[in-house]
Ligand binder design. Structure first.
Ligand code: MV4
Length: 504
């Protein structure tokens, strides 16, 4: 087994990984940029290598600097976590060239599954259900494909992704114009105007399956996670089990994911994403060839440690358990705690955390990268922590999450905790009746408060940058209550900034 492992990441996931490495008797070695010198992931590591300035492109994304740090510290292996280089084949290739074991899937698997179209082809060949679809290069092609699969249809830019370059078409009458606009937007956004068509899955849920494979062809699944509560294609809350998936369909979805993983000889942790339709049918979307942010809820319901399993697999060990050994119990929910301000359209809220009181007690896990006095930098993703709960039933998990959210205290910066508190009071969420459009559909009751007009978002970003790092006090609440006329209902930040700039 490895004696030292380099954690090629920062923030909460680096802290989380260090914990498991220590439990395994492995020395966790951290890397940090110059603004992260005092970060929690550095404090919990037993060695640290500074690898450059704040900009990720000159630090956490620098393969050569990671290789140098790993070799200087005598690390036998490197683990990437999520984000940064975690799905970039260049990292496992560099590890291979430097005699360092990469704790994650093979570069070839990243390549095979990294491109959506290649993944769809491979999964379709493996008998994994994909959304019915076809070519839409010309209006005639598009009409023929739509006639075969039935309206509504979804036009998707081949070079698109993450929701960009998608367009819903309800009838043939709209198809010609929609196709023209889709192609020109794709050309402008991605430099590639190729568009294909799929059957539109109406009000879908985003349900994903966690898989684990060793280097000997053994692959198991660890059930599903429902990640439908998203805002602008960014997951905010995830839960397991999926509240509307019966056990038989969940098992079937798991078996399909295992079949897909085996078809490409996948090893390590991976996640198969599906669209779940209202009639219970499901369709392959894509594979994430990394550990995911939301992995803790799977760990809570199955009693596994996915990082431990990834390390063992990378060290050449066999899984040591089969599908029948994986039992899940209860319900788990994750809330992503972001340094973002819901009252201003979730604009980032960097700065120094003054007071931090984290929930604990029965069935609560908070994976955090923060501590009182730490600086949340605007150079990185504003994820502060993930608040997770486990309970025997979903309703008890919801009650536990409400209790934990009420305990959470963060001062000095703004967070999305108020949003989470509103979400867990929403009857539709409590009933499990939601889909990927949930937040958008209920934004008034969920987001409430003032909102930033689109034309002020730049102004606001400037205000944050200025205010976060000078001792300007946030505008008094009076600005919110006192504002009248065109500023009525605006966030005090914007109305104060407008006043400063003499803008009405
Ligand atoms: C779809 C769809 C409905 N029908 N494809 C959005 C981003 C990318 N992952 C695929 N997405 C979708 N593809 C068909 N044929 C609805 C979505 C979708 C979505 C999917 C997963 C999670 C959140 C979403 C939010 C909006 C739309």
């Amino acid at each position: 087994m490895f004696k030292k492992v380099l954690i090629a990441n920062r923030g909460e996931i680096a802290v989380r990984i260090a914990r498991t490495l220590k439990e395994m008797g492995i020395v966790p070695v951290a890397v940090c940029s110059d603004v992260d010198r005092d970060a929690l992931h550095v404090r919990v590591a037993e060695e640290v290598h500074e690898i450059g300035p704040a900009a990720a492109a000159e630090s956490y994304l620098c393969v050569d600097k990671l290789m140098t740090a790993a070799k200087r510290s005598g690390c036998e292996a490197l683990i990437p976590g999520y984000g940064f280089l975690s799905e970039n084949p260049a990292l496992p290739e560099a590890c291979e060239q430097n005699g360092i074991v990469f704790i994650g899937p093979a570069a070839s698997a990243m390549r095979d599954l990294g491109s959506k179209t290649a993944a769809r082809e491979k999964m379709s060949a493996a008998g994994v259900p994909i959304v019915p679809g076809g070519p839409a290069d010309t209006v005639d092609d598009a009409k023929a494909t739509a006639a075969r699969i039935g309206y509504p249809v979804m036009l998707k830019a081949t070079a698109g992704g993450g929701g960009k370059g998608m367009r819903l078409v309800a009838s043939e009458a709209e198809l010609g114009g929609a196709l023209e606009r889709a192609k020109s937007e794709a050309k402008k956004a991605f430099g590639n105007d190729t568009v294909y068509m799929e059957k539109a899955i109406v009000r879908p849920r985003h349900v994903e399956i966690q898989v684990l494979g060793d280097r000997y062809g053994n692959v198991v699944h660890l059930f599903e996670r429902d990640c439908s509560v998203q805002r602008r294609h960014q997951k905010v809350v995830e839960e397991t089990p999926c509240p509307v998936l019966d056990d038989a369909t969940a098992r079937k979805m798991g078996e399909v994911a295992v079949k897909g993983a085996k078809a490409v000889g996948y090893h390590s942790a991976g996640t198969f994403e599906f669209l779940l339709a209202e009639d219970g049918s499901f369709y392959f979307l894509e594979v994430n060839t990394r550990l995911q942010v939301e992995h803790p809820i799977t760990e809570l319901c199955t009693g596994t440690d996915l990082v431990r399993e990834m390390v063992r697999i990378a060290a050449g060990e066999r899984l040591g358990f089969d599908q029948g050994d994986i039992v899940r119990r209860g319900a788990a929910i994750e809330c992503r705690v972001y340094a973002e301000d819901p009252s201003t359209g979730f604009m980032p809220s960097p700065g120094v955390i003054e007071e931090l009181r984290v929930p604990a007690g029965p069935g609560v896990r908070d994976d955090s990268g923060a501590f009182a006095g730490c600086t949340i930098s605007s150079s990185y993703d504003p994820l502060i922590s993930k608040l997770c709960v486990w309970a025997p039933t979903r309703q008890q998990a919801i009650s536990r999450m409400r209790r934990a959210l009420a305990e959470y205290v963060v001062t000095g910066i703004r967070t999305n905790l108020p949003f989470h508190e509103r979400l867990f009071e929403h009857p539709e969420f409590a009933a499990g009746r939601y889909d990927t459009g949930f937040i958008d559909r209920h934004k008034d009751s969920l987001l409430g408060g003032a909102r930033i007009p689109e034309e002020d978002r730049q102004l606001y970003a400037a205000a944050i940058a200025l205010t976060a790092f000078r001792d300007l006090k946030p505008p008094s609440a009076l600005a919110r209550d006192g504002a009248s006329g065109p500023d009525q209902g605006l966030s005090p930040w914007v109305s104060a900034q407008r006043a400063r700039l003499g803008r009405r």
